[in-house]
Design a protein around this ligand. Structure first.
Ligand SMILES: Cc1ncc(COP(=O)(O)O)c(C=O)c1O
Length: 386
């Protein structure tokens, strides 16, 4: 066990966050209010869209986006096989059926060349995920979606401030969904937001997030309580001002790790396309288990014992998760039961199976000190000799 401990994520707060929270506490008004409005206005400006609607988390952002796009029971939504589970559980919660596509072997994002296999007469939407902060291949995905009349919902939960060919993520699809969970590039504690230029969709999401109520007591839609509180937004509105500075530092650290560790044979840095601004939620590296003679999980554990925390997630393709494999939707296997297609998830998609379990995210957050970064580099370079 090492004396030193380098964390992989930490919230970084300044005076503004404390002042804003204090102002809300003093006001006695903890509901969705002026801080949420301020946060929404700043986020819409940052992403370059007409509307940003704050919600309780990234998962509810996805659910409301799907609902507002008009998803009906049994409709299919194409999702990548390598992502956090709620990209796909959000589909099931809205009575839709997820259809799993392979990932791009280099970028880890949705493989647009697999969309043709996935699409059917029941497909209504596709959810590209900007995994680890690298934008998905949006031109190809958008073109395919237009050809097949599909809605595009960007899952930008890991890509705050990223852009693709000059366009901010969250402004490219019909809607974008972000998460402000505590480990993200910026945080509100728990929180999410939906971005769109479509006023009708934005209004529908505003209605649905607050019990489907018009006025004080008329329930005109099957809504939810998915609101964000002013306490969370008080942190968020201060964090938005820090995002681009944080991202610059994440990029600097990640590029240094890529450069200083790029010659090792057992671990390779992730690919970054020249036409994107990466948000570097992760500084991703791929472990080659044949070269190092151990699994990605063993490497993760050994680095942890040496005091270097890394991210090691999505270790199985989503189609192997019991909730999907066994159609554990609502009690009657709804929504799969609504759709005449068989939807066996007995899939073997080559790229996701080559990658799942073998990617690690090295520490790259702006709270790291020079000595932490040097320690990470030294520990990874000497890996195998401790
Ligand atoms: C890709 C992706 N989608 C959706 C979510 C869900 O966001 P939340 O945890 O805020 O519900 C996450 C969360 O971490 C995520 O990484």
């Amino acid at each position: 066990m090492s004396e030193r401990h380098v964390s992989v994520a930490t919230p970084i707060l300044g005076e503004e966050e404390y002042d804003n929270v204090e102002a809300v506490l003093d006001s006695g008004r903890f509901l969705q209010g002026p801080m949420v409005e301020e946060f929404e206005a700043k986020w819409a400006e940052l992403v370059g869209v007409e509307h940003a609607v704050a919600v309780s988390n990234g998962t509810t952002a996805l659910q409301l986006a799907l609902n507002a796009m008009g998803l009906e029971p049994g409709d299919e939504v194409i999702v990548p096989s390598l992502t956090f589970g709620s990209t796909a559980t959000a589909v099931v919660h809205q009575a839709g059926v997820p259809v799993f596509a392979d990932i791009d072997r280099e970028l880890y994002t949705l493989d647009h060349t697999d969309l043709e296999r996935c699409v059917s007469e029941h497909t209504e939407a596709v959810i590209p995920v900007h995994l680890y902060g690298h934008p998905a291949e949006m031109d190809e995905i958008r073109a395919f979606a237009d050809e097949h009349d599909l809605a595009v919902i960007e899952d930008a939960a890991q890509a705050h401030g990223a852009s693709y060919k000059g366009e901010p993520v969250g402004s490219i699809g019909d809607v974008g969904c972000f998460s402000f969970y505590a480990t993200k590039n910026i945080t509100t504690g728990e929180g999410g937001i939906v971005t769109t230029d479509d006023e009708e969709i934005a209004d529908r999401i505003r209605l649905l997030r607050s019990h489907g109520m018009e006025g004080r007591d008329e329930h005109v839609a099957l809504g939810y309580n998915y609101r964000m509180s002013d306490l969370n937004a008080a942190i968020g509105t201060a964090q938005v001002d820090r995002l681009l500075g944080f991202n610059d530092r994440r990029r600097e650290i990640s590029e240094r790790l890529f450069e200083e560790l790029g010659d090792l044979e057992w671990i390779s840095p992730g690919t970054v396309r020249e036409y994107v601004e990466h948000a570097y939620f992760w500084a991703p590296f791929e472990v080659d288990p044949d070269v190092i003679g151990m699994s990605g999980k063993d490497v993760w554990r050994e680095l942890k014992d040496q005091g270097v925390e890394t991210r090691h997630r999505y270790v199985d393709p989503l189609y192997e998760q019991p909730v999907f494999e066994e159609h554990r939707g609502f009690n009657s296997k709804f929504p799969w039961s609504e759709n005449p297609r068989e939807h066996s998830y007995d899939l073997h998609l080559p790229n996701v199976e080559a990658v799942a379990g073998n990617t690690l995210g090295l520490p790259n957050h702006p709270g790291l000190e020079e000595a932490d970064i040097e320690y990470v580099i030294e520990t990874v370079r000497s890996f195998g000799s401790f």
